[in-house]
Design a protein around this ligand. Sequence first.
Ligand code: SAM
Length: 313
Amino acid sequence: ISWTAEDEAIIATNTDATECKRCAVELGYWKDDYIVYFAKHVDRKAPEINRGYYARVKAMEMFIHQFLERCGTKCQIINLGCGFDTLYWKLKDSTQAVGNFIELDFPSVVAKKSHIIKRNKQLLEKISNEDGEVMIRSGDLHSDGYHLLSCDLRCLSEVVRKLEAGGAGAAPTLLLAECVLVYLRPEAARALLEHLAGAFPRCVLLVYEQCNLGDKFGEVMMRNLSARGCALPGEPHCREPGAQAARLLAAGFETARAWDMDTVWRALPEEDRARVEALEMLDERELLQQLNLHYALSVATRGDLFADLDLNA
Ligand code: SAM
């Protein structure tokens, strides 16, 4: 697969996501002691963006906790297109640190993340082996229980090889795809999803990405994605959330459900919503609703242990 300007534009989406997360964290939307290492000096974002990110992070967290409640620490997490996500460090500080954590992204993102980890003691000390060792092998970072690996998710043989190198095993698996699949062509996304569903008989997959892009509001988002060579009309994110769930079932997952983020937002505990609504003024509430209607969270599972995962659990 050749490297293109479109790939560069896709890689840049990580910078944007990290900056938005840092901004919301600074304003008190949620706690993340590690995001500051990955994004320096960010401009303030619009209130609806901050709230949208809050709903995104909170919704992912809600299902991550449901997964961990069911299988304890004897499990693995595989973060597809991880960007500068800080989940590994946040879990390390909780009682929910997991057995093995594998992160995959393009080589340049992995190199930058790796560099930031090595430069910051607070990050490094959470991934070192007992003797303080972190191993770097052909650009990938390995330690006990944490693997940061360069990988093009469009290339299935590379995904298979890297997951093996990261020690992916038969343990219950949480697969994360937060704003990632949308950047893959449908055939590549299908092959990846089919492989994952086949390889992990006890798993939960969380997919967060755009949906409903067929309307006027979605047009702008669609143009943004098209500039990156993705989001062709007819793909699941151009349609209603149910299309995403259908794609996950077709790939071999046993259950799959999807909600737009407006539904997710309204399902969040009342006190959480009230707290973040008090953080900053949002004059036009419709703006947040519009935004939320154009993102969806999908949850797909395999194995009885996870069949009852739910939004209101
Ligand atoms: N998941 C992170 C989050 O939500 O904060 C990062 C999201 S960012 C919008 C998308 C990430 O997916 C980028 O880091 C990008 O490099 C990665 N990505 C997109 N296509 C990829 C591919 N084919 N192979 C590996 N990584 C990819």
